[in-house]
Structure formats: structure tokens, C-alpha cells
Ligand binder design. Structure first.
Ligand code: GLY
Length: 372
């Protein structure tokens, strides 16, 4: 078999510094990349069962070949397992394994694995290094960059305190291997595309143009052209994190589609994947922007057309209005009676605006229903 080409090396914002992000085709270079950043020795690889089946072997082989002594920990799968209880179990596992301050955690998985492992790394012995090896497109384009780690806090009344407890803990290294996407169902790839479209809409008009022109092969193995799109996407996200690491201002633009999207996700009770809810949320929030005079109607129309082009929903299934209202107000990004909304001024340009909390309900009026 031909040797893999060396990954492309970028630097991404990580608090006061930058850290490497490697963008390659496969996992063969992981061990050497971790060694270059953190030296060799013990390390702990966390992953969910499907990733263990498909990719853990390659990751462990690469780590061992580079002189590391990895131990694998298989974590439960799915957003419902992103809880304080799972996080605490992981800490107990670290104690059992006598992980010390020089033992990096390597999160091999999607956003749930990355968030749980990152939050455990932030807290274990007051902080140990974490390496993010995202295996979903969604995690590659969003969660693996920017240092947000968290667990969800189940709330009274069945509400879902999404990412309510967490910490900023930047990865020492992000290792992206596009080849791992080949084992994902197409709907998972579309979910990642929703976040790429979000980044393009709020901040990168040229990327938006690229996505309008690209054909379906972009999301089909061997993913020709995807590395270029990922590099642009990651560079944009990194630029936002560099401006506002702690999410007090500009970073709120990354929340575009998420205020309504999280409400839809919560009201749908787990029936709709996050990326699909974000697509629906972006449409509602863009239409709300049109009604406020923030967004020209053709800009919202272009967004709807691009989402449809990539097979993403632009309207929600019938959902309980009370559940939607309760969920939208449970959004954690509330400060002194205000919420931050994202105004799309044109394709590739947005600003964050502060709105009174009760006005957030108005966004739900723009949530169009699809005939389910
Ligand atoms: N996913 C949004 C952020 O990183 O701020």
C-alpha cells in the first residue's frame, strides 16, 4: 500500500497561544504528531463503541509505532451519555489507571467524546493535555477547535441543560483524518455540512460560493476537495476564537442557528440530529433577521437554497409549541436579562446583537413546519 501523504499543518487559536492542527487522509501519522507535540510515554485513548470498531486499531498501531504506550477506554455513545455521571466514571477510570499529569488524553470520536474527554482533561489533577482526533465532520469543523468542553445537565421538567457545566480547555493538538469519514452514514456528513454552511454564511463569502458550486463528490469517499474546505472552515473558526476566546462577544456569532436549533432539538426529544436542527434554526433565525430589517431577504433565500442543495432540512417537523418555548428560554447564553442573536447582514458578514429575553420567543414564529 502506498504511504500516506504527510498531513497539512496549520495553527489554530488556543487562548494566548496557537496549537497545531494537522489535516491529513488517515490516522497513520497520529503517533508521530503526538510525539512531536507531547513526547512519548503513556497516553489514554477514549472513544465510543462504533469508533472503537472502525478506527481504534489504526490509532493504537500508529501510537505504538511512534513509541507511546496507549490504553483505550471505550465511552458510552450519544448525546444522552454526555452527563456528569459519565464524566465522573471517566475520572474514576483515570484514577484506576493511575493517570498522572503527564498522561495525555486522546479523544478519538465525535463531539460527545471530545466534550467529555476534554472536560475530564480540564479537571483531572487540575488539567492534563488533551488531543482531539475528531471522527465526525461536525466535530472536525466545530467542536475540535476552540477549547470548549462540557457536559449536559439534566434539568427539572425534562429540560436539557445543554453544555451547562464545562470549561475552556484547548487541545494541545488537533489531528483531522478525513479518511475516517468513509465509515459514517451520509446523514452524519450532512450534519457537518450544516456547520460549514453556518461558518460560511456568517463569515466567509468565498467559502459560501465554493459550497454553492461544489458537487456531491465533496462529501463522498475519498472526499476530493474536502481538505481545502476544512482548512478554510477551521481558519475561520480559529479567527473568531482568537478574537473572543471566552465567548463574551464576537464568538457568539458561532451560535447562529443554535438558539432556535437547540430548542428544536430539545422539543424533538432526540429524534432530530444536532446538525439538522442547526439547519432548521438558521432558516428561522435568518427569516427573523429579515423581519427585523437586519438581513436582506435574498440573503436568507440564498442560505435556504444552499441548505437544500446539501440535503438539509429548512423546516421543522410538527413540534409541541409549549416544549419549544420552554426549551428556547432554557438556553444558557443569557446575560442580565439579554440574549445574543446573530444578524446576517450579507452572505459572509454578520454581527452579534443583544435582544431582550422575551423577544427570543418571536424567533419561533419563523420556524416553518414541514409536513412530516
Ligand atoms: N461551537 C461554538 C463555539 O465554539 O463557540
Amino acid at each position: 500500500m502506498a504511504a500516506e501523504a504527510a498531513p497539512v499543518r496549520m495553527r489554530v487559536a488556543a487562548g494566548p497561544t496557537t496549537r497545531p492542527l494537522l489535516l491529513g487522509a488517515g490516522l497513520a501519522g497520529l503517533g508521530a504528531a503526538v510525539a512531536a507535540e507531547l513526547g512519548t510515554g503513556r497516553c489514554i485513548v477514549t472513544c465510543p463503541p462504533p469508533v472503537a470498531r472502525h478506527h481504534l486499531g489504526a490509532a493504537l498501531d500508529s501510537l505504538r509505532a511512534a513509541g507511546h504506550a496507549p490504553t483505550a477506554l471505550v465511552l458510552p455513545d450519544g448525546e444522552t451519555s454526555k452527563t456528569p455521571a459519565t464524566w465522573l466514571r471517566l475520572l474514576h477510570d483515570l484514577a484506576t489507571l493511575e493517570a498522572d499529569r503527564a498522561t495525555p488524553l486522546i479523544a478519538l470520536g465525535g463531539g460527545v467524546t471530545g466534550d467529555l474527554t476534554g472536560f475530564a482533561a480540564a479537571c483531572w489533577q487540575r488539567g492534563v493535555p488533551v488531543v482531539q482526533v475528531p471522527t465526525t465532520l461536525l466535530a472536525m469543523v466545530d467542536a475540535s477547535v476552540g477549547g470548549k468542553t462540557a457536559v449536559d445537565l439534566p434539568l427539572a421538567g425534562g429540560l436539557h441543560g445543554r453544555n451547562m457545566v464545562g470549561a475552556f480547555h484547548h487541545p494541545r493538538l488537533v489531528y483531522v483524518a478525513t479518511g475516517v469519514l468513509a465509515t459514517l452514514p451520509p446523514v452524519e456528513l450532512r450534519c457537518g455540512m450544516a456547520e460549514i454552511i453556518k461558518h460560511a454564511a456568517i463569515g466567509d463569502a468565498a467559502l459560501f460560493d465554493t459550497l454553492e458550486a461544489a458537487g456531491p463528490e465533496l462529501l463522498a469517499p475519498p472526499f476530493p476537495g474536502l481538505a481545502g474546505v476544512l482548512a478554510r472552515n477551521v481558519a475561520f473558526k480559529s479567527s473568531v476564537v482568537a478574537q473572543d476566546e471566552r465567548d463574551h462577544g464576537a464568538r457568539a456569532a458561532l451560535n447562529f442557528g443554535h438558539t432556535v436549533g437547540h430548542a428544536v432539538e430539545s422539543a424533538a426529544g432526540g429524534r432530530l440530529r444536532h446538525g439538522l436542527c442547526v439547519a432548521i434554526g438558521m432558516v428561522a433565525e435568518a427569516r427573523y433577521g429579515v423581519a427585523q430589517g437586519w438581513t436582506p431577504a435574498p440573503v436568507a433565500d440564498r442560505l435556504v437554497a444552499l441548505l437544500s442543495r446539501w440535503g438539509l432540512p429548512t423546516a421543522a417537523p410538527a413540534l409541541d409549541a409549549g416544549a419549544l418555548r420552554a426549551a428556547i428560554i432554557a438556553d444558557k447564553k443569557r446575560e442580565r436579562g439579554k440574549l445574543r442573536a446573530v444578524a446576517l447582514e450579507r452572505v459572509g458578514r454578520s454581527v452579534v446583537v443583544s435582544i431582550e429575553v422575551p423577544r427570543v420567543y418571536e424567533m419561533l414564529h419563523f420556524l416553518l413546519s414541514s409536513a412530516e
